[in-house]
Design a protein around this ligand. Structure first.
Ligand SMILES: [Zn+2]
Length: 340
């Protein structure tokens, strides 16, 4: 509910049936005051706004912790191993239930063979009817940093780190609030970035591998939506409408933005992006890339702003943007369950 500009939030109480009551009561000051007193007593006490289901502040803090142990996370580095341990350590309860899966594979890259690992965390949903298996909503983020940027201080606070933290916090939420409908699977994917230069064969290693694997074993047919989170901690949040993404999912996301009062941050610009949703989209899975590509000031020296530069650091993201992103993801999941 949004108030019209300049109108006090309580104006609505004098509309409709109340208005007539007020007018007649005004003939007698005493009755009027008593009436207003009753109204005041009946009004709910001022309470602080309820805490959000998933906290942007907590995601920001977790991003800082992740960057402290794994600042540079390119393939083969100690930081890459530390990032994997960080993810693993946050899902011990799921691992104990057999719902934490390590998907290791060898990628043939321009820099030679590299061992990569995707991590999948499953929160089982409820079957629509006995004996049936619920569909799956997948939320994905890459966690590694770029191999070609291994010689600079590239931390990817926005590009990989904060969305890893977002998924970990969403996982903590689903641990205590198990999905009532579709299952929720988190995917922490490796090798999203190019190892030398972006091309169809030199990019998206982890999601290409996973899409092929899930096609072969039949999992792909159960996926209702594959949703990618990328670079959405940006202080100046402006989520692109990625026009290659599945139209009905874009519609759901736009509705989620309206429902959460975050429409100002969503789909003000349109464009096309190659990202982790593509391998799934290309295999017919409804897919959505939630990305803010407009990151930092664009100058002659840095035409892409902070993107893929040493400037992509924790001070360029904000708890507020992470709160918006978390709200949008939770509402999108709710809407997919309600409408599809
Ligand atoms: Zn990147």
């Amino acid at each position: 509910m949004t108030n019209a500009p300049g109108r006090p939030a309580t104006a609505g109480i004098l509309n409709g049936p109340f208005q007539a009551v007020i007018l007649s009561a005004a003939q007698n000051l005493c009755i009027c005051l008593s009436f207003l007193l009753v109204l005041a007593l009946a009004a709910p006490a001022q309470k602080p706004a309820p805490a959000p289901a998933v906290s942007g502040q907590a995601i920001d803090a977790l991003t800082q912790q992740f960057l402290a142990v794994a600042p540079r996370r390119f393939n083969g580095s100690p930081g890459h191993l530390a990032a994997e341990k960080f993810i693993k350590d946050h899902f011990k309860p799921e691992a104990a239930k057999g719902n934490f899966i390590i998907d290791e594979f060898t990628a043939n890259t321009p820099a030679g063979l590299q061992t990569m690992r995707n991590y999948i965390v499953r929160y089982p949903g409820k079957a629509p009817r006995p004996g049936e298996t619920p569909g799956i909503i997948v939320l994905a983020s890459h966690y590694e940093t770029n191999y070609p940027l291994r010689d600079i201080a590239f931390y990817g606070a926005n590009d990989g780190a904060c969305t890893t933290a977002l998924l970990i916090e969403l996982g903590a939420y689903f641990r205590t609030h198990p999905p009532e409908g579709y299952s929720i699977w988190l995917v922490f994917d490796d090798g999203e970035e190019a190892v030398r230069q972006w091309s169809d064969s030199d990019s998206l290693y982890g999601t290409r591998h996973l899409a092929a694997k899930w096609y072969a074993d039949g999992t792909l047919k159960r996926i209702k939506a594959f949703i990618v989170a990328d670079m959405i901690g940006d202080k100046d949040l402006n989520i692109l409408e990625e026009m290659g993404s599945t139209p009905w999912l874009r519609g759901v996301f736009r509705q989620a933005a309206a429902n959460t009062h975050h429409a100002a941050y969503v789909f003000q610009t349109q464009g096309e992006e190659e990202d982790d949703h593509l391998p799934f989209l290309r295999r017919g899975v409804p897919s959505l890339d939630v990305i803010d590509v407009d990151y930092g000031p664009h100058t002659a020296a840095t035409p892409d702003g902070y993107h893929h530069t040493a400037q992509d650091t924790i001070d360029k993201i904000s708890p507020k943007s992470l709160q918006i992103s978390a709200d949008l993801f939770l509402e999108t999941i709710r809407l997919i369950n309600a409408t599809h």
